[in-house]
Ligand binder design. Structure first.
Ligand code: HEM
Length: 503
């Protein structure tokens, strides 16, 4: 009887899977429950990474194909043209979001509603995204005001580095420097303070756990469900993820609590103009009075969590890749330095206004982002309206994604795609290549932090290059990636020798 029941369940499941397969673009035949994980892992190990595994599948099934994340199918868009066709031309139908349950753990309240910007949908998403963009713009995102904030954090951390130098030199762990600068920029925007020495211990504790989690997160973790906590072996995996993610939400909660207490005691006064994101949110709540709509306390908690999480790890890893690549390509580093120094004469900071007159360095920053391609798997959207691609009408709720790792390494668009070559953006084809380099995604749910991140990369990298001669460490040079099986693409931690340029 039991055996019969199992057979009936499996057959029904297989039929359901088969029905769905017929409605979606072709792809490798999925296994029951495990979908295409066996294909992905097989190619990942054989070819050396998930981006290469996805490329193998694209070669067999085309630029638009279906892959199954365990029991969930998703439509994978592998070229810029296909991504544009669905995410831009039919962008209003691709507004939903699927994020892995382990990402949603701290974004969802006890009633099952998902808050914040990254994982929310519908009105909640629209309102929180608009509010975040509006607030970041008011803080100067994309304008000179933001430049001042970035340079201040850079100066603070570099002054400290200078003080540690012996004979004008110091060997440093690059990730530690980029984490502190980028972490301080976003932390000041959100909470109003930087990571100075007394505040560093807790910051690095969170970062280390987060980094370990990202390195250990494989696509298999997308199968994690909340009920795993009741199953002995499975709960171990869920607990390790909680260990990494919970301190972030605790950190955010503490910051909000402290601000509210300070406001109560009069230690902190809310001005007309907000000093940071918490202020901006509290001012908006005050304006709304009793009818808060979507701007609830939970909304504030998750917005801050999302912006803190998304706003630093990505940019810091990109800067690590930048130095990793420049150390391995000293002629590119030399050309960047020469161009920047020609502009600034070595006696002022590089500014965002210099972008027009530093084309080689702008091309280098873009090539860094293309080559680094920090996400093997992009986030997924879900269809919220009638849409079609390659003659397939996608059922509402279908998972779709513009697969950035494939788009950025598309050999048709980027010739000799494995080469690190900024000059590809400077020939007659360059303008079109800039347009097709989309590390921040494409369409209405693309990254709202794009201009902040681009400003950080340009200013932090450019000004470090003008102040120091940088060479690889003898004992810990740039070498290899942190994890082959991770959904992220980050370099192993490496060190470099910074030698102050005396002017
Ligand atoms: C080099 C740095 C960064 C990269 C490569 C990056 C990349 C991305 C990508 C690929 C997405 C998903 C887009 C999609 O759905 O296709 C995304 C979403 C997002 N990013 Fe970034 N990002 C970076 C920096 C930032 C910064 C600095 C912030 C915050 C200030 C930020 C906040 C967000 C948020 C909130 C979302 C979710 C957007 C939504 O669902 O509407 N990111 N980012």
């Amino acid at each position: 009887m039991f055996f019969l029941l199992i057979v009936v369940i499996l057959t029904t499941y297989a039929l359901f899977q088969y029905q769905l397969m017929r409605k979606l673009p072709p792809g490798p035949i999925p296994f029951l429950f495990f979908g295409n994980f066996p294909h992905l892992f097989y190619y990942c190990v054989r070819k050396g990474g998930f981006a290469k595994a996805l490329r193998e599948i694209q070669k067999s099934y085309g630029d638009v194909h279906t892959l199954w994340l365990g029991p969930m199918p998703f439509v994978n868009l592998c070229t810029f043209e296909k991504a544009k066709e669905l995410m831009v031309n039919q962008g209003h139908t691709q507004l939903g979001r699927f994020t892995a349950p382990f990402i949603r753990l701290n974004q969802t309240d006890e009633f099952g509603k998902t808050w914040g910007i990254i994982s929310s949908t519908d009105e909640t998403w629209l309102e929180h995204r608009r509010f975040a963009l509006h607030t970041l713009r008011n803080f100067g995102m994309g304008r000179n005001l933001m430049e001042g904030r970035i340079i201040e954090e850079l100066d603070y951390q570099l002054n400290e580095l200078d003080q540690r130098m012996v004979d004008g030199k110091a060997e440093i762990l690059v990730a530690k420097l980029t984490d502190l600068i980028v972490g301080s920029v976003i932390n000041r925007l959100l909470f109003g303070y930087r990571f100075d020495p007394p505040r560093r211990e807790y910051f690095f504790k969170i970062k280390t756990r987060m980094e370990r989690m990202i390195n250990n997160t494989t696509p298999l973790d997308f199968m994690i469900r909340d009920w795993w906590k009741y199953v002995p072996l499975l709960s171990w995996r869920l607990n390790t993820i909680h260990e990494a993610i919970d301190p972030i939400i605790e950190y955010v909660r503490e910051n909000i609590k402290r601000r509210k207490e300070e406001l109560k005691t009069g230690e902190y006064v809310l001005g007309e103009e907000p000093e940071d994101f918490i202020d901006a949110y509290l001012i908006e709540q005050k304006k709304r009075g009793t009818d808060l709509g979507e701007m609830t306390a939970q909304g504030l908690l998750v917005d801050l969590h999302d912006l803190w999480l998304a706003g630093q790890e990505t940019t810091s890893v990109t800067l690590q890749w930048a130095l990793h690549l420049l150390l391995r390509h000293p002629t590119v580093m030399k050309k960047c330095k020469e161009e920047i120094l020609r502009e600034t004469s070595g006696n002022r900071n590089l500014s965002l206004n210099d972008r027009q007159t530093t084309p080689y360095f702008v091309a280098t920053c873009t090539e860094v982002q293309r080559h680094a391609s920090i996400l093997n798997f992009n986030l997924w959207r879900t269809t919220n309206g009638p849409s079609s691609i390659d003659g397939y009408d996608l059922p509402i709720g279908t998972l779709t994604t513009a697969q950035i790792s494939l788009i950025l390494s598309d050999p048709e668009t980027f010739k000799q795609t494995q080469e690190f070559d900024p000059s590809r953006y400077l020939n007659e084809n360059g303008k079109s290549l800039f347009e097709k380099t989309i590390p921040f995604g494409i369409g209405k749910r693309s990254c709202p932090g794009e201009s902040l991140a681009k400003a950080e990369i340009y200013l932090i990298l450019g000004n470090i290059l003008t102040r120091y001669n940088i060479t690889p460490s003898e004992t810990n040079p740039p070498k290899g990636i942190a994890s082959l099986l991770s959904v992220g693409h980050r370099p192993n931690r490496f060190s470099a020798v910074f030698e102050k340029i005396e002017i």
